[in-house]
Design a protein around this ligand. Structure first.
Ligand code: HEC
Ligand code: HEC
Ligand code: HEC
Ligand code: HEC
Length: 146
């Protein structure tokens, strides 16, 4: 009995040690995200997160966490969801992510304004600025009534 539990303990330690190196990768920020926490009047938005975080400061978007960097995230820093604060904002002047207006929704303010500025500088960029480019229409919705 004693020998068995020692053997078990040893293999548990070995397993833990083996798990260690992959742990840093487990906390890499997600490469692709689907943004859908704010409502479903429009289709969910596919967001190539990695293409953005490789080029931009984290705080460009994660404005509530000044210390957020790639290294901090890999080290296990918790990242707050935008919807935590923007789905039902506490203050009336905090933009709500349920808004359809391009000027009032925090995602539209953040995503669309940068895409417009980027395209003004370089027309060839693939940054989407039209509703259906981010919220693709289902086949059946495309031509109502026809
Ligand atoms: C650059 C991409 C982008 C563009 C362009 C865009 N949106 Fe959005 N929109 C988003 C994201 C991201 C969200 C948050 C989605 C979520 O979390 O549900 C959102 C949320 C919304 C919501 C609230 C969530 C819902 O589905 O009810 C509405 C309504 C909306 N958008 C309408 C529009 C309309 C209308 C336009 C065009 C005038 C537009 N969007 C253009 C990215 C975009
Ligand atoms: C262009 C905007 C943008 C940039 C730049 C950006 N992110 Fe994000 N990130 C987002 C959005 C939007 C989400 C989805 C948040 C949500 O679920 O509400 C997200 C989600 C995350 C998540 C996942 C949180 C979860 O709950 O799964 C992590 C981790 C993260 N980001 C880390 C980073 C790090 C680290 C950087 C910088 C190296 C960075 N992000 C740069 C927009 C961005
Ligand atoms: C901890 C709460 C919190 C989180 C998390 C948060 N925000 Fe905000 N956000 C706020 C508050 C409060 C305001 C209004 C006051 C201000 O501008 O700081 C705001 C304002 C904004 C604005 C408007 C800025 C302007 O110029 O009017 C944008 C855009 C925005 N947030 C986008 C995001 C995005 C995108 C995310 C997720 C990547 C996010 N926020 C996460 C609390 C938060
Ligand atoms: C500070 C600038 C900036 C912000 C903020 C930003 N983007 Fe972008 N995004 C870009 C640029 C620049 C490109 C074009 C990259 C290229 O063509 O090489 C792009 C491209 C894209 C593409 C197209 C990728 C492809 O492969 O065609 C999508 C989808 C996208 N962004 C979604 C979003 C969403 C959703 C948000 C908000 C959560 C967001 N972006 C916020 C700058 C930004």
């Amino acid at each position: 009995m004693r020998r068995l539990s020692l053997a078990l303990l040893t293999s548990a330690v070995a397993l833990l040690a083996a798990a260690q190196p992959t742990q840093a990768q487990a906390t890499d920020p997600p490469e692709e995200l689907t943004l859908e926490a704010c409502g479903d009047t429009r289709a969910a938005v596919s967001f190539p997160h990695k293409a953005h975080f490789e080029e931009l400061e984290c705080t460009t978007c994660h404005h509530s966490q000044e210390e957020l960097t790639l290294e901090a995230a890999q080290g296990g820093m918790e990242v707050e969801a935008c919807a935590d604060c923007h789905l039902e904002p506490e203050e009336a002047d905090t933009p709500a992510c349920t808004e359809k207006s391009l000027k009032k929704n925090p995602f539209h303010i953040n995503c669309v304004s940068c895409h417009k500025d980027s395209k003004a500088e370089d027309e060839s960029l693939s940054a989407p600025t039209k509703c259906a480019e981010c919220h693709p229409k289902a086949e059946s919705e495309e031509e109502p009534g026809g």
